[in-house]
Design a protein around this ligand. Structure first.
Ligand code: GLN
Length: 558
């Protein structure tokens, strides 16, 4: 059987949720027993998003093989079982890098190297490589919006793919916006018409239109769009804004997207089994209670910077039938004005759990240390991820072991107590360039630890990394003497991966990023356990508050 492709493009405006739509299509096809693979092309010139600011580009999603990729790959992993690696996310920068390398090597034998055919061939080869991975259907998302200059080579490549493979092996899905115009009290189809026309002008006739709108598209509206945009009536899909993203695949199923794709691709598959997704959405919409987590970080104004983190917390909460409430706290705002200033405490009261996520650079560190001190002293569940583990170790070194200058060499290279450092720093080796520890690393768990229990008694796990600095084992004796347990290390014991404070209801820091491996239907064990502990803390706090209230009333009535 020839390889089958679904191409997803976007029109009208960006931020319509193309990645989520592509992931939901993948989810739906998997629910029909098909194996899917997913891929995204990003038209910008950066070679990968690894060096881009989280404020501009959102989170950098890391795959097992250590690729730093676009956050849409996070949606793909959470919604499907597609095996993702560095081959599944390519930018214009990466494509050109490959071509220029070949050109310098003389691979083009003196020919003029051009966008067509050389760039488009490189793009098509990348698609074929991913689809050769044993998938029944490969879903390919083209980043950007139709009409962007940068997207053109990618759109030309998918046009050629249809020419080469035929209609029965390729489907073009175009995501557009159908805005509600308050003055006219109407949904408007014109932007969609223009976008479809723009696509047609470069040789691509959309097969399926996914129309994002805040209100349901009526049958008349669908008829109109179908007539003007030259698609079947049932190929006009309403992509209604819904409260939970996990409902998106279910909405698409109701609109018959899966059957339509299968019809266009001349494929047959069993009926969809979406039982687990339905149960998940049901739990999301009928929570028994709320759990409130305070996240103390530095990129808090832009939620996309912590996309996977928010998702993983939600997965943990939904698994316990709880609604997740998150308060984002700017770490800089928790800094002390003078040595014993504890005024930050008022900002930390009332959270069921506190979390310090990953981050780079020294801004806000002192505020994170205060938040960790608060959680440690007040017995509030604390979860530290990557930077949040490093700062937890520094906090204990400073406030329990009395090393006032304890720090990471990232924030103060001159610190006499570099609790966190670059392993090779001590050897005097100056590292330059790509020095991050990236991707999957094995971690051995200490028997009986909180981590080992969370992972269901596993002795070895694998998690993903993205950082430069490490725990300095020269301070191990001091910190363990103060009560810290090192409960996870790499199998060769070089790197410390997990630290815990036994005796505290939940105090755990991990050097890796567990959020990258959490899925709605497979919540990550550490997030699940953190939520469980936080909810326990909530119930205990509420119980103690209500036991205080009657005594007050009894005093009044007596
Ligand atoms: N800045 C720290 C390091 O590079 C932590 C990185 C992170 O949290 N991802 O080691």
């Amino acid at each position: 059987m020839s390889a089958k492709y679904v191409f997803v493009t976007g029109g009208v405006v960006s931020s319509l949720g193309k990645g989520l739509a592509a992931a939901s299509i993948g989810c739906l096809l998997e629910s029909r027993g098909l194996r899917v693979n997913m891929m995204k092309f990003d038209p910008y010139l950066n070679v990968d998003p690894g060096t881009m600011s989280p404020f501009q580009h959102g989170e950098v999603f890391v795959t097992d093989d250590g690729a730093e990729t676009d956050l849409d790959l996070g949606h793909y992993e959470r919604f499907t079982h597609a095996p993702l690696s560095r081959d599944n996310n390519l930018t214009t920068g990466r494509i050109y890098e490959q071509i220029i390398l070949k050109e310098r090597r003389g691979d083009y034998l003196g020919k003029t190297v051009q966008v067509i055919p050389h760039v488009t061939n490189e793009i098509k080869n990348a698609m074929r490589k991913v689809s050769a991975n044993g998938a029944d259907v490969t879903i390919i998302e083209i980043g950007g919006t139709v009409g962007d200059i940068e997207s053109l080579p990618f759109l030309e490549a998918i046009r050629q793919m249809r020419q080469e493979l035929g209609r029965e092996n390729t489907v073009f899905i175009h995501l557009t916006l159908v805005p509600w115009i308050a003055a006219a009290q109407e949904l408007k189809t014109k932007p969609t018409q223009h976008s479809v026309k723009e696509l047609l002008s470069i040789g691509i006739q959309a097969d399926i239109l996914m129309c994002r709108s805040d209100r349901p598209l009526g049958i008349e509206m669908k008829k109109k769009i179908a007539a003007f945009c030259n698609v079947e009536e049932k190929a006009v899909i309403g992509a209604l804004t819904v409260p939970s993203i996990y409902e998106v695949p279910l909405g698409f199923a109701l609109e018959g997207v899966d059957s339509l794709i299968l019809k266009y691709l001349h494929m047959e598959a069993p009926e969809a089994n979406l039982t687990e997704w339905k149960a998940l959405v049901d739990r999301c919409y009928h929570p028994k209670d709320t759990v409130h987590i305070g996240i103390v970080g530095k990129y808090v104004e832009y939620e996309d910077s912590y996309k996977s983190l928010k998702e993983a917390l939600t997965h943990g909460a939904v698994s316990q039938n709880l609604k997740l409430k998150v308060t984002w706290i700017e770490a800089e705002g928790l800094e002390s004005k003078f040595p014993e200033d504890r005024s930050y405490e008022s900002q930390l009261e009332g959270f069921d759990g506190i979390l310090v996520p990953g981050g780079f650079g020294k801004r806000g560190i002192e505020g994170m240390l205060n938040a960790i001190r608060y959680a440690r002293e007040k017995q509030v569940p604390y979860f530290g991820i990557c930077l949040g583990m490093q700062t937890a170790c520094i906090e204990i070194a400073r406030n329990v072991c009395g090393l006032k200058d304890a720090n990471s060499s990232e924030f103060n290279p001159a610190s006499p107590h570099r609790i966190i450092y670059k392993l090779r720093e001590l050897l005097g080796v100056e590292e330059m360039g790509g020095t991050m520890r990236l991707g999957a690393w094995a971690c051995v768990l200490q028997e009986g630890s909180l981590a080992a229990k969370a992972y269901g008694g596993a002795t070895e796990i694998s998690e993903r990394h993205r950082h430069r600095y490490e725990f300095n084992r020269e301070y191990e004796a001091l910190l363990t003497g103060a009560g810290l347990s090192l409960t996870g290390t790499t199998p060769d014991a070089t790197y410390v991966e997990i630290v815990e404070l036994p005796g505290h209801p939940f105090f755990l820091g991990c050097q890796f990023h567990p959020e990258f491996k959490s899925k709605p239907l497979e919540p990550h064990p550490l997030f699940r356990e953190f939520i469980i502990a936080s909810y326990k803390n909530r119930l205990a706090r509420l119980a103690s508050e209500s036991s205080e209230t009657p005594s007050l009333t009894s005093t009044m009535s007596s």
